[in-house]
Design a protein around this ligand. Structure first.
Ligand code: HEM
Ligand SMILES: *[C@@H]1O[C@H](CO)[C@@H](O)[C@H](O)[C@H]1NC(C)=O
Length: 334
C-alpha cells in the first residue's frame, strides 16, 4: 500500500518535472545571443548612447516604443511595421500618430546587427534592450534583459487604439487596462514612473487642465489634482484650442533625468497628465502609499521599476518557431 503510494507520488513528480522541462524552452532566457551575436549589447548601447548624446529627449521616446509594442499583441515589434496594402501601421493609431518616434535609431541598430550577425536578432529584442539602455543612460537603474523574442507577421492598428491607455483614463480604467496585460497595480505605479523623462503634447494634457473636476480635492489627500499655479503655467503653454502639438515636460523639474521626481510631482499636484495625478485618487488599492514610498525612496522605485519592466517585456512574446526574425524592422520578410 505504502509502496504503491510512493510509486504514484514518484510518477506525479516525474510528470511535473517533465512538464516543466518541456515548457522551459518556451520562455525568454538570459544570454540568448551570447554565442550567436556576442556584440549585440555593445552595438545597441553605443548606438543608443550616441543618439541620446545628440538628442537627450530621444531616450524617453525609445523607452515608450517598447511599452507601445508590448501592449499591442505582446512584445513582438508590431509597432515598428510600416503600413502596406491591406495593413494599416500602428504608427497611425491615435496614441502613436505625431507622437511616437525613435524609429531611425532602431533602423540604425538593426542595420549594424545585420552586418555583425545576419538573420539573428529580433526587432522585439532590440526594443527591449534599447529601452533598458535609454533608462540607464539618463541615470536610471540597469537590469538584465531576458531575450529570445521573435517578430510578428502583422501590426494591429485597432489593437493600438484599444490597448494603449489614454491620458484621461480614471484610476479604475488604468488598473483594468494593465490587468488585461497581466500587470497589477504595483506595476502600474512603478511603470508610470517612466514619466520622469520625456514630454507630452498639449493635446494629451489639455482636458485635465481645463476640466472643472481638476479643481476637486482628492477624496483622501485633501489637495487639488493640479496645483493652481502649475495649472496656470500649463494653460499658458496649452490654450483651450490650438497649439495641439506644443510640448511640456512630463517631469517639469528634471525632464532629462531618470529619477523619482515624478512621484514628488504627483504628490504636489504637479503631474502633467490626468493619468499621473489620478494615481492619488483613491486610497483603496494601496496605490497612494506606493506613490509616497517611491517619492521618499528612489532605491525602492528603481528596484521595482526594473522588475516591472522585465514583466512588461514578457507580455505575449513569440518564441521558438513562432513569428520570424525580421531583416528590416519596418517590413515582414518575403
Ligand atoms: C499608465 C498609463 C499611461 C498613460 C495613460 C500614458 C500616456 C502617455 C502620453 C499621453 C504621453 C505623451 C504623448 C504625446 O503627447 O505625444 C506619454 C509619454 C510618455 N510615456 Fe506614457 N503613458 C502611460 C504609461 C507609460 C509606461 C508604462 C511607459 C513606459 C514603460 C511610458 C513611457 C512614456 C514616456 C517615456 C513618454 C515620453 C515620450 C517622449 O518624450 O517622446 N508611459 N505617455
Ligand atoms: C478622453 O478623450 C477622448 C479623446 O480626446 C474622448 O473621446 C473621451 O470622451 C475622453 N474620455 C473621458 C473619460 O473623458
Amino acid at each position: 500500500m505504502v509502496a504503491k503510494m510512493v510509486m504514484v507520488m514518484l510518477l506525479v513528480v516525474l510528470i511535473i518535472t517533465n512538464f516543466d522541462a518541456t515548457t522551459s524552452d518556451g520562455v525568454l532566457t538570459y544570454g540568448f545571443y551570447e554565442e550567436k551575436c556576442p556584440y549585440l549589447e555593445d552595438i545597441v548601447r553605443h548606438t543608443v548612447a550616441s543618439a541620446v548624446y545628440r538628442d537627450p529627449g530621444i531616450a524617453a521616446s525609445l523607452l515608450r516604443l517598447h511599452f507601445h509594442d508590448c501592449f499591442v499583441m505582446g512584445c513582438d515589434a508590431s509597432v515598428l511595421l510600416d503600413g502596406i496594402e491591406g495593413m494599416v501601421s500602428e504608427k497611425q493609431a491615435g496614441p502613436n500618430i505625431n507622437s511616437l518616434r525613435g524609429f531611425k535609431v532602431i533602423d540604425w541598430i538593426k542595420h549594424q546587427l545585420e552586418e555583425a550577425c545576419p538573420y539573428t536578432v529580433s526587432c522585439a529584442d532590440i526594443l527591449a534592450i534599447v529601452a533598458r539602455d535609454a533608462v540607464e543612460l539618463r541615470g536610471g537603474p540597469r537590469w538584465e534583459v531576458p531575450l529570445g523574442r521573435r517578430d510578428s507577421f502583422k501590426a494591429s492598428f485597432d489593437g493600438a487604439n484599444t490597448y494603449i491607455p489614454a491620458p484621461n483614463s480614471s484610476l479604475e480604467i488604468l488598473i483594468a487596462n494593465f490587468k488585461q496585460q497581466g500587470l497589477d497595480e504595483y506595476d502600474l505605479v512603478a511603470l508610470s514612473g517612466s514619466h520622469t523623462i520625456g514630454k507630452a503634447r498639449c493635446l494629451s494634457f489639455r482636458q485635465g487642465i481645463y476640466d472643472p473636476n481638476s479643481e476637486r480635492l482628492h477624496h483622501y489627500h485633501h489637495h487639488k489634482r493640479y496645483k493652481t499655479t502649475f495649472r496656470q503655467t500649463l494653460r499658458s503653454i496649452c490654450p483651450e484650442t490650438g497649439r495641439d502639438n506644443r510640448p511640456a515636460a512630463l517631469d517639469y523639474s528634471t525632464q532629462f533625468l531618470f529619477d523619482n521626481h515624478y512621484y514628488i510631482n504627483v504628490l504636489q499636484g504637479r503631474g502633467l497628465l490626468p493619468s499621473d495625478n489620478v494615481l492619488l485618487a483613491e486610497e483603496e488599492h494601496g496605490i497612494a502609499s506606493l506613490v509616497w514610498e517611491y517619492a521618499y525612496n528612489r532605491g525602492a522605485f528603481f528596484r521595482d521599476f526594473a522588475k516591472s519592466m522585465v514583466k512588461m517585456g514578457n507580455i505575449g512574446v513569440l518564441i521558438g518557431e513562432q513569428g520570424e526574425i525580421r531583416r528590416n524592422c519596418r517590413l515582414i520578410n518575403t
